[in-house]
Ligand binder design. Sequence first.
Ligand code: 4NP
Length: 156
Amino acid sequence: MVRVLFVCLGNICRSPTAEGVFRKLVLESGLQEHIEIDSAGTHAYHIGKPPDARAQSAARQRGVDLSALRGRQAMPVDFERFDYILAMDSENLEHLLEICPVHYAPKVRLFMEYAPHWPPEVPDPYFGGAAGFDRVLDMIEQAAAGLLESIRRERL
Ligand code: 4NP
C-alpha cells in the first residue's frame, strides 16, 4: 500500500481538491486497493468543515465530488504513516518541516514537482475569485497525473 497525504494551509481549498482529483484518477486506473489518499491543513482554523463552496463547485464542474470531505490538521503521526506528504506551496512545506522528525523529511515535497512544466506552487485561492479555483484545478490535474505515473513507476 502506498499512502499519499496532500497538505495546504486550511484543508478546505487546495488539498481537498487534490485529494478528490487524485482519488478519481486512482479509481479510474483501478488502483484504489493500492493507494490510500488523505488531505490535511497546517493550521487548525477549519477542522471539521467541508471544503469551501467555491472549491466544491469548481471541482463538481470537472466531475469531482468533494462534499464528503472534512478538514483536519496535519499531525506528527502523519509523517510515519504516509509515504508521500505533498505540500501545495513553500509556506506549507516549511510548516510541515518544522514539525517533521528529520528522518522523515525526505517524504515531504512540493506537489508541483510532479508537473515540472508548471509553476512550483499551487497559489492560495481563498481570498480571490472563481478563476483562482479553476487555475488550482488545472495545476492539480497535471500534478496528479504526474504523481500517479511516478508511483506506478517506482512503487507498484
Ligand atoms: P487552503 O486555502 O489552504 O487551500 O485550504 C485557505 C483556506 C483558508 C485560509 C487560507 C487559505 N484562511 O486563512 O482561513
